[in-house]
Design a protein around this ligand. Structure first.
Ligand SMILES: Nc1ncnc2c1ncn2[C@@H]1O[C@H](COP(=O)(O)OP(=O)(O)OP(=O)(O)O)[C@@H](O)[C@H]1O
Ligand SMILES: [Mg+2]
Length: 249
């Protein structure tokens, strides 16, 4: 599971993320929403242990990002907004490299790479050099590297951006399946950011909405739309509210 406890990030005078807390259980896919500049892309690497928070902490599958940094990093698959891919490497070599740094045992690395490639629709391009791939295929490589070590938690920043409609469907299916497999397999906790509200409705049961760095909504979609409102309307209402007056009185 994923626990965020009072996460904050300041850049000089800019408060990008302000005291954000939430908890995401195994089997859950939570949509992380907010307008441009709300703080989504700042929150995700803090959750994943890649960007030190100014305040607060996070726990991944029971491992604190400070006190158990190594275990926390092993437990997480992270798809950043801007992928740090190695353009001169082949897809296979890159995925093997990621599997190695994520401590997948040597004996099962090939299998792990093959499974991630298969799941992300990469079989046709495994021997290609990453730099020559189209944008959508590079995004698939990004997803494959996030899941190659079968992490307990997945943190995905706009996972379907740039993908074709067929692949979007497949990736949404994959995310849902990873979170709550039909039989046997381990459940995962997934948080994903997106601007596509239809995507949220398709695969998430719960949304967390942030606005100006603060969490303003954390609720099941069912509850948010129970009064006949659409998710668009909820989003619009919660993100046009002026938060600057809060606490000023
Ligand atoms: N390195 C940085 N230095 C200064 N300010 C930053 C830095 N990174 C982010 N910010 C600021 O933090 C705020 C949150 O940015 P962030 O990228 O997290 O938003 P976002 O919700 O991901 O937006 P988008 O939907 O556009 O991707 C913005 O005001 C941004 O300008
Ligand atoms: Mg962003």
């Amino acid at each position: 599971m994923i626990e965020a406890r009072g996460l904050s990030k300041r850049y000089g005078d800019v408060v990008a993320v302000d005291d954000v807390s939430f908890s995401i259980g195994n089997g859950e896919v939570v949509g992380f929403l907010g307008p441009n500049g709300a703080g989504k892309t700042t929150t995700m690497p803090m959750l994943a242990g890649f960007l030190p928070p100014s305040d607060g902490t996070a726990e991944l599958a029971g491992h604190d990002i400070f006190d158990a940094a190594l275990e926390a990093r092993r437990a997480v698959g992270y798809l950043p907004e801007a992928l740090p891919l190695y353009p001169e490497m082949t897809v296979d070599a890159y995925l093997r490299y990621v599997a190695r740094i994520k401590d997948v045992p040597r004996g099962t690395r090939s299998e792990a790479v093959a499974r991630a490639a298969e799941r992300c629709g990469l079989n046709r391009v495994r021997r290609r050099v990453i730099g020559t791939l189209s944008k959508g295929f590079r995004q698939r490589v990004g997803l494959a590297q996030a899941i190659v070590h079968d992490p307990a938690v997945l943190i995905l920043d706009e996972p379907t951006v740039g993908l074709d409609p067929l692949q979007i469907r497949e990736i949404r299916g994959l995310i849902a399946e990873l979170a709550a497999p039909e039989q046997g397999d381990v459940q995962h906790a997934v948080v994903l950011s997106t601007h596509i509200l239809a995507e949220v409705e398709a695969i998430c049961r719960r949304v967390i909405l942030i606005h100006e760095g603060r969490k303003v909504v954390d609720a099941p979609i069912e509850d948010l739309t129970a009064g006949g409102q659409t998710l668009d309307e909820v989003f619009a209402r919660e993100t046009t509210r002026d938060t600057t007056v809060e606490g000023a009185a």
